[in-house]
Design a protein around this ligand. Structure first.
Ligand code: DX5
Ligand code: ZN
Length: 224
């Protein structure tokens, strides 16, 4: 099943409740929340207090993508604020296994994110404990960047590994997803599609979301 996860990074931060509502009307299944610390990535966004407010403003699950150093230290704060899914970058966590268990102990879905330069093989020993893998198809830090096609073979590889090992994790893709790229990522095996600029960048977020989902579902039908 294909799910759309609009990223509020490209939304109007003064109207997040309204923007999430419009995204939901457009078929969003989950709200993608980009957390940046100005250290791991060269940008700063939001933290647990904002997640707490988002939690009150939508019923959709909150998918918190932590682009921060020392993510393990902040898991309780994000979980308590109302995060439903929490993903951490493989590149920053020297104790990834511990952090993933901490996320699950807080009753959240646990995900690992890999940057464009990180191979899927770095996840070999955690694939059996995670709920989802988030493949970055841009270098994290900013919205509205160009899709990096090398992400496609990673999605295929993750789908192959999952079948071979009989695992259940879902595959999420983040960065540069638009009407031009959505078909390729779905045909490669992506199931959760993050989209910031393509939903909130210009025009009507509701119809933008609907059009993206329609294109994704059409690509999924062709794949089957
Ligand atoms: C980038 C973020 C993305 C971003 C995607 O660091 O992780 O979630 O919002 O934005 P678009 O869809 O505009 O590439
Ligand atoms: Zn993200």
């Amino acid at each position: 099943m294909i799910e759309l996860a609009p990223s509020i990074l490209s939304a109007d931060f003064s109207r997040l409740a309204d923007q999430m509502q419009v995204a939901a009307e457009g078929g969003a299944a989950v709200i993608h929340v980009d957390v940046m610390d100005g250290h791991f990535v060269p940008n700063i966004t939001l933290g647990p207090p904002v997640v707490k407010s988002l939690r009150r403003a939508t019923k959709l699950p909150l998918d918190c993508h932590l682009m921060i150093e020392n993510p393990g230290e902040y898991i309780p704060a994000f979980a308590d604020a109302g995060a439903d899914w929490i993903s951490v970058h493989q590149e920053v966590d020297r104790h990834l296994d511990r952090t993933l268990h901490l996320i699950k102990d807080h009753d959240c879905l646990a995900g690992v994110v890999i940057n464009p330069a990180t191979p899927v093989e770095m996840l070999t020993d955690v694939l059996d404990i995670i709920d989802y893998v988030l493949v970055m198809s841009v270098n994290p830090g900013f919205g509205a960047q160009k899709f990096i096609p090398a992400a496609l073979h990673k999605i295929r590889r993750l789908a192959e590994l999952r079948a071979k090992r009989g695992l259940q994790y879902r595959i999420e893709i983040d960065g540069g997803i638009s009407l031009e790229t959505v078909g390729d990522v779905v045909r490669a095996g992506a199931e959760i599609l993050v989209a910031g600029n393509a939903v909130f960048g210009k025009g009507d977020p509701k119809s933008n979301a609907q059009n993206l989902l329609k294109a994704a579902n059409e690509a999924a039908m062709i794949k089957v």
